[in-house]
Design a protein around this ligand. Structure first.
Ligand SMILES: [Fe+2]
Length: 380
C-alpha cells in the first residue's frame, strides 16, 4: 500500500487555538455501510475514479460481512455490506440507508488517543485492539460522535500490508483511470435542532479542536431554507469538521430534510480536493456524476465579487463551478446532487487557491439550487 506521507497534506489551515493532546496525522479512511458493497465499489471506481486496493469477505475468513477498500491518492474509502440478516450493519442500513459509519483518523498511538478522549468524556466504541499478520500490526480504537457515526483511531506503525490485517489485495482487471482527487478537505456533519453547539463543544473538549469559522442564519439563509454552521478543526488543520444544524425558515431547512431521511444526525458531505477542478469535474460529468447547477446569472457578476482569477470563466460557467474569495485567496467548488436515493449524502469537489474558508459567498446561490431540488422531491 502506498503509505500516506505525513508531510504532504496540502494547505493545512493551522489552528493555534486547538490543543494537541490528540495529534491527528490525517484522515486514514472513511467507511460507509452500504446495501451492496460490490455494486457500490463499481460505482466509486467507474464514476469517481477510485482504484481497487483491498478486500475482505468469505474468502478471507469473514462470515458475516464483506468490505472493499478503494483509494485515490490520499483518499481511502471502505465499503462494507452484511452477508446475513440481522446485526448492527443491517440495522444501520435500515435506519439510515447507505451512509458514513466511521471517519477513521490516522494517529501515532491509538491507545493514547482512546485514553485521552474517553477520559475527557467520549463514549467508547472500541477499546484499543491489536490486529496482526505477517506484514506487521495495526492498532485500532474508537469513540462515538454525532448520531451513530464513530471516529476510529488507526495506528499503523510500519505495517507493510495492503490495508490492514484481515484484508488481501484486490486487483481486478477493471481499473478505470482516476479523476485527480487528492485528499479529503473536510467532512461535514448534520446534527439536530439546537445541537450544533453541543457537538462543537464535544470536538473542543474531547478532541481538543477549536472553532475556525462560524456562519449564522444571516449568512446561510434564502427566502425559505436556513441553517447554522460552525467549523471545528484540529491543531495542524488537517482535520476540519463543519457542523450544521437546521434553522427556522419559511419552509423546511435542507438540514431538516437530511435528518428526516437519515433518521438522525450523520455525515452530510465529504469534500474532496483536486489540483484542477475543471479537469476533475469534466471527467466526473463524463462518467455520469450529477452536480447541482446555478443559474447562468451567477456568472454575470461573480468576478465583481471575487476579483481576478487564474481560470477562464467560460469552462467554470459551463461546468457550474462556483467561486469564492477570502482574505487569503480564492477557491473553486461544486456540489453533487445526493449520491444516494435518500436525499442525504453528497460530495463536494474543491480546489483551493489560497483561500482557507468554505465558500460562504456561494451559500445563497447554492441553497437556491438545493431548494429547487427539494421542491421537485416535494420536501420543501
Ligand atoms: Fe463543504
Amino acid at each position: 500500500m502506498a503509505q500516506l506521507d505525513k508531510t504532504s497534506f496540502q494547505l493545512p489551515i493551522e489552528n493555534p487555538a486547538a490543543e494537541d493532546f490528540l495529534p491527528l496525522l490525517g484522515t486514514d479512511y472513511v467507511e460507509l455501510y452500504v446495501g451492496n458493497a460490490k455494486q457500490a465499489a463499481h460505482y466509486y471506481m467507474s464514476a469517481w475514479g477510485f482504484q481497487p486496493l483491498a478486500y475482505a469477505g468469505l474468502e478471507t475468513g469473514l462470515k458475516d460481512r464483506v468490505s472493499y477498500v478503494l483509494q485515490q491518492d490520499k483518499i481511502r474509502l471502505v465499503l462494507t455490506s452484511p452477508l446475513k440478516s440481522g446485526g448492527d450493519i443491517n440495522r444501520h442500513i435500515d435506519a439510515h440507508g447507505d451512509g458514513v459509519k466511521s471517519i477513521a483518523l490516522w494517529v501515532d498511538d491509538a491507545t493514547k488517543s482512546y485514553q485521552e478522549t474517553t477520559k475527557r468524556g467520549a463514549e467508547s466504541y472500541m477499546e484499543p485492539k491489536t490486529m496482526e499478520d505477517d506484514k506487521g500490526k495495526v492498532v485500532v480504537s474508537g469513540i462515538h460522535t454525532y448520531g451513530e457515526t464513530v471516529h476510529l483511531f488507526v495506528e499503523r506503525g510500519d505495517y507493510k500490508g495492503v490495508f490492514m490485517p484481515g484484508f488481501r489485495a484486490w486487483d481486478p482487471v477493471y481499473k478505470p483511470s482516476d479523476v485527480g482527487l487528492k485528499y479529503i478537505d473536510h467532512m461535514v456533519g448534520n446534527v439536530g435542532w439546537n445541537e450544533m453547539n453541543k457537538w462543537c463543544q464535544f470536538y473542543e473538549k474531547v478532541m481538543g479542536f477549536a472553532q475556525l469559522v462560524s456562519f449564522d442564519d444571516k449568512d446561510i439563509s434564502t427566502e425559505y431554507t436556513a441553517l447554522m454552521s460552525k467549523v471545528m478543526s484540529n491543531g495542524n488543520g488537517r482535520i476540519k469538521f463543519p457542523i450544521n444544524e437546521p434553522a427556522e425558515g419559511k419552509k423546511k431547512s435542507q438540514i431538516e430534510e437530511y435528518i428526516e431521511f437519515y433518521n438522525g444526525a450523520g455525515v452530510q458531505h465529504m469534500a474532496m480536493a483536486t489540483d484542477n477542478i475543471i479537469e476533475t469535474v469534466t471527467a466526473l460529468k463524463n462518467r455520469g456524476v450529477e452536480f447541482l447547477t446555478v443559474p447562468s446569472s451567477y456568472y454575470e457578476d461573480v468576478l465583481d465579487r471575487v476579483g481576478e482569477i487564474d481560470e477562464d470563466l467560460e469552462p467554470l460557467s459551463e461546468l457550474g463551478i462556483l467561486i469564492d474569495r477570502d482574505d487569503e485567496g480564492y477557491l473553486l467548488q461544486i456540489f453533487t446532487k445526493p449520491i444516494l436515493d435518500r436525499p442525504t449524502m453528497f460530495i463536494e469537489i474543491i480546489q483551493r487557491k489560497g483561500a482557507k474558508s468554505f465558500g460562504k459567498g456561494n451559500f445563497k446561490a447554492l441553497f437556491e439550487a438545493i431548494e429547487r431540488e427539494q421542491e421537485s422531491r416535494g420536501t420543501l
